[in-house]
Design a binder for this molecule. Structure first.
Ligand code: PMP
Length: 405
């Protein structure tokens, strides 16, 4: 008997995908040619399912800094930030992040996942209360488990539900920490952050915002939703990642609270893992500089987001509520999502299938994401493939010409 017997139903579903040759979990790119193009075998693929929002993965300056850092400091630090793994670059990146956000403190983690797990597990102790939006990312839920706090889930994007739950907690002892995201990764919807900030103030709670998908996307200077909604003063901690708009890997947390630095010696996902390689740090530092100095990237990104979102809406696809760079078409069921995904890939377009438990309300999603590096022609091409496949599968109405014929 295998220890994996508990996964038998999942295994069977996976095997069915394999035999239908529509297993999205198996895709590997043989070459990546640019932020928007890759090759699988000898087929060129248009990438519409990355989180490369600003298209910085091939930026010449970012690459140059990464190469220089490797040559100067080697390929890896081989140690934790609290041992031999803190280099000048890690410190400089932390200062640059604090400066960008106008905050006193910043801390760099090895991934965004670890930033959430590390921050939440440390901030919320045994007798504290974490109030998490129902659609928060797995890393936020995992962080809440690691810290043994009392966890309350409130309805997605529902400040009234949050207020009710805080009311019910009344004066139970312990701190109350509310966690929401900027843009949600599955449906691309943004949090009503002003309302959440008002609730947080009214109930004397703390507020943590994960800006993973909104850094470099929203706000006058790209700081994210809190900046766009002018509520930064109400946000106690901002968490984010380098793996999306900054085109690398790594995570961070910034804040103003006195004593912040104690996190460095109580946050296990910070302490008990190797720090980021010098090349990754140097690339993130340069990418942050590009984000700050090239607002045009954000403009192009949002133009592309609107072109794609409204293009799909006009075709009759059922979408998330707003035109952000994450654009998800809601599919009737997982089988249809896999079949749609597979037909698009056969036609040379890469998107993502997203399924429960990663998705809200048990939805099967065909999740796409656009970046600043896409050209309007690429977006049009993607729209025409969606139209073709959507019609062939009977998911959207036929084109007018077809109806007349
Ligand atoms: N937070 C959110 C909201 C995310 O969507 C993700 C990644 N999908 C993360 C955190 C984790 O980021 P990373 O890839 O840097 O681990």
């Amino acid at each position: 008997m295998s220890l994996f017997h508990k996964f038998a139903p999942l295994r069977a579903a996976y095997d069915r995908l394999e035999s239908a040759k529509s297993n999205p979990f198996n895709v590997a790119f043989d070459r990546v040619l640019s932020p928007t193009e890759a090759r699988i075998g000898d087929r060129e693929i248009l990438l519409l399912g990355t989180n490369n929002y600003l298209g910085l993965t091939y930026d010449p300056a970012v690459i140059a800094r990464a190469v220089e850092a490797t040559e100067m400091f080697g390929t890896g630090t081989t140690g934790s930030r609290i041992a031999n793994g803190s280099y000048d670059g890690h410190k400089r990146l932390e200062r640059a992040l604090a400066d960008f956000y106008g905050r006193k403190h910043a801390m760099v983690f090895s991934t965004g996942y670890q930033a959430n797990v590390g921050v939440l597990s440390a901030l919320a102790g045994k007798n504290d209360h974490l109030l998490l939006d129902a659609d928060c990312h797995a890393s936020i839920y995992d962080g809440s488990r690691l810290g043994h706090a009392q966890v309350t889930r409130f309805r997605h994007n529902d400040p009234d539900d949050l207020a009710n739950r805080l009311r019910r907690l009344g004066d139970t002892p312990g701190d109350k920490i509310v966690v929401v995201e900027g843009i949600y990764s599955m449906l691309g919807d943004a949090a009503p952050l002003r309302e959440f900030a008002a609730v947080k103030r009214e109930w004397g709670a703390y507020l943590v915002v994960d800006e993973a998908h909104s850094l470099g996307v929203l706000g006058q200077t790209g700081r994210g939703l809190a900046e766009a909604e002018a509520v930064e003063a109400d946000v106690d901690f901002i968490v984010g990642t380098f793996s999306k708009s900054l085109g690398g890997v790594g995570g961070f947390c910034v804040g103003d609270m006195e004593g912040f630095d104690i996190l460095r010696v109580v946050s296990r996902p910070y302490m008990f893992t190797a720090s980021l390689p010098p090349s990754v740090i140097a690339a993130a530092l340069e990418a942050l500089h590009q984000l700050r100095t090239r607002p045009i990237l954000r403009e192009r990104l949002m133009d592309n987001a609107r072109q794609f979102y409204y293009g799909l809406a006009d075709l009759g696809f059922n979408l998330g509520p707003e035109p952000n760079p994450v654009v998800s078409a809601i599919m009737p069921d997982p089988e249809t999502a896999f079949a749609f995904w597979s037909r698009l890939l056969d036609a040379g377009l890469y998107t993502n299938v997203s399924l429960p438990p990663a998705t809200p309300k048990g939805l099967a999603l065909l999740r796409s994401s656009v970046g600043a590096a896409h050209t309007p022609d690429q977006i049009d091409h993607a729209l025409s493939l969606f139209a073709e496949v959507g019609r062939a599968m009977g998911l959207i109405a036929p084109a007018r010409a077809e109806v007349r014929a």
